[in-house]
Design a protein around this ligand. Structure first.
Ligand SMILES: Cc1cc2nc3c(=O)[nH]c(=O)nc-3n(C[C@H](O)[C@H](O)[C@H](O)COP(=O)(O)OP(=O)(O)OC[C@H]3O[C@@H](n4cnc5c(N)ncnc54)[C@H](O)[C@@H]3O)c2cc1C
Length: 484
């Protein structure tokens, strides 16, 4: 097949491009942009909308929904401050239309980020033909590149044995619903499930969460899990634990969801949030010699290089830490390594993260259980208090903060926060932890008053000291095998 790109301007002129990126999400766009800025002749292929999961069907539209769902509690809380907000009502189509307008703007911003330094955008599905050849499916053309970056991300899993699962939506469709569902069943106990449970509940829906484990948010610190689970129940989000959704069927205009324990719930929408799968299927990876891990992720070394020398992968498709800033960081390191000639391995330690429930979770570093598993003897500092704002609003919601400290070195290993603005706090605490801050240095920091965060530098009470032998090795009860 004849090549359709001028070869002359390449750094390595044997190929059409120095770099071909598959997938224009968080990782792909950053990799393409930085490589182009470094002078590499770059192309990026996207089969759907530019910006990927984060911009189109992830972080950004989700945060708009989170903001929208917070207003009813704010209206309620304002009463204690003398406000009377009467006649407030919510209009779902307005939220969807405004959200869509912003996404179009962001999509344009992402496109310009690649085009400005000279990157070429190809609106097509791209698959590998061999280590240096990419086939563009729609155009039925081949292009060649010295280096290929696979940044194809992931998608919501629908791999389930639920009878009638075709009636269910995933987070992808939740962003596009034409009408607001008044009754919602959410299947799953991870952060996406719980964020959507709070979104729909905050906007006025009756929400039921079905989760197969005994406690939501597996992998997070147990005190956070307990605090969130307790708060959800107090709010009126119904949790059905230690069972699975067995079937769904249409009953009139609704869906009847039946659990394995034979409980029936009528809903307008049933949302599956049972995990995400990497987009590695039918991508020609095996043909090109790229090795996949047991769950289909691309296996990479510390420089994000796959088993094929010139093929790299970043972001969710590698299954390391599935977060936007991590995909971006991996892509920056990739570009520096390959085009900046400065080897740079992404650092996956102390990545702060948030769960945008209400109240929210912000966390960085090791959970108590993980610290013990890694052999640390830990001092635990904990505080739980009623935020000043709620003393007038009357909202019975407490804030929880926990520090996991190495008992020998005094280094703060983990910080876990449940309460208002926890995500914003975690970002700043992450800087201190990255610098190796000790508990003594937290204590030596003069607080800002009156704030919630001042508690972080004034926790004096040690809740306990725990040694590694206290961890009893047992399978996580949150993840029993899928029933037959
Ligand atoms: C509901 C939800 C909420 C989230 N919230 C947060 C959050 O609050 N904070 C956070 O940090 N992260 C969040 N995430 C995770 C975050 O969105 C991802 O970690 C991030 O988008 C991963 O970026 P990526 O570049 O690896 O892949 P993606 O952003 O998924 O991009 C991959 C792109 O590749 C394209 N593609 C796939 N195959 C091909 C092909 N063969 N040819 C051409 N194009 C192809 C896809 O269409 C897609 O656009 C959320 C995710 C979801 C689903």
């Amino acid at each position: 097949m004849e090549s359709w790109v001028e070869k002359g301007s390449c750094l390595a002129s044997r190929y059409d491009f120095d770099l071909f990126v598959i997938g224009a999400g968080s990782g792909g766009v950053r990799g393409a942009r930085i490589a182009a800025e470094m002078g590499a002749k770059t192309a990026i292929a996207e089969q759907d909308r530019f910006g990927g999961t984060c911009v189109i069907r992830g972080c950004i539209p989700k945060k708009f929904f989170v903001y929208a769902s917070a207003f009813p509690e704010e209206f309620e809380d304002s009463k204690g401050y003398g406000w009377h907000v009467e006649g407030a009502h919510f209009d779902w189509p307005t939220l969807i239309a405004n959200k869509d307008r912003q996404l179009v703007r962001l999509e344009g911003y992402y496109r310009r980020a690649v085009e400005r330094p000279g990157g070429m955008i190809i609106e097509d599905r791209a698959v590998l033909k061999n280590a240096h050849t990419v086939h563009l499916v729609g155009a039925n053309r081949d292009v060649t590149a010295e280096t290929i970056l696979v940044a194809t991300g992931g998608r919501p899993s629908r791999e389930t044995m639920i009878e009638g699962s075709e009636l269910c939506i995933t987070s992808d469709e939740a962003f596009e619903l034409k009408t607001f569902p008044k009754r919602v069943v959410i299947v799953g106990g991870g952060y996406i499930a719980l964020e959507f449970a709070h979104i729909f509940h905050g906007l006025g829906a009756e929400v039921t969460v079905i989760y197969r484990g005994p406690k939501v948010l597996r992998g997070f610190d147990d005190d956070l899990r307990d605090a969130l689970q307790d708060s959800m129940q107090k709010k009126g989000i119904r949790l059905i634990l230690e069972t699975v959704l067995a079937s769904c069927r249409r009953v009139g205009g609704a869906i009847e969801a039946t659990t394995r324990s034979d409980e029936k719930i009528l809903a307008d929408q049933v949302m599956l949030a049972i995990g995400r799968l990497p987009n590695t299927k039918d991508l020609g990876l095996e043909q090109a010699g790229v090795k996949l891990g047991p769950e289909g992720h691309i296996e990479v070394d510390r420089y994000s290089r796959s088993s094929v020398e010139n093929i790299y992968a970043v972001g969710d498709v590698t299954g390391r830490i599935e977060l936007t800033p991590v995909a971006i960081h991996e892509a920056m390191c990739f570009a520096k390594t390959v085009f900046g000639k400065t080897p740079c391995a992404p650092d996956h330690e102390l990545v702060a993260t948030a769960v945008f429930t209400r109240p929210e979770i912000g966390t960085v570093g090791l959970s108590q259980a993980d610290a013990l598993k890694r052999g640390h003897t830990v001092d635990i500092y904990k505080t739980s208090f009623w935020p000043l704002k709620h003393t007038l609003s009357g909202r019975q919601e407490r804030m929880m903060m926990k520090l996991v400290v190495d008992a020998k070195t005094d280094k703060v290993l983990g910080c876990h926060i449940f309460g208002p603005e926890a995500a914003e706090l975690a970002q700043l605490v992450a800087i201190a932890l990255k610098m190796g801050a000790t508990k003594a240095q937290f204590d030596a920091t003069v607080s800002v008053h009156p704030t919630m965060s001042e508690e972080l530098v004034t926790i004096r009470h040690k809740a306990g000291t725990h040694a590694p032998q206290e961890t009893i090795e047992r399978p996580d009860p949150a993840d029993p095998p899928e029933p037959p």
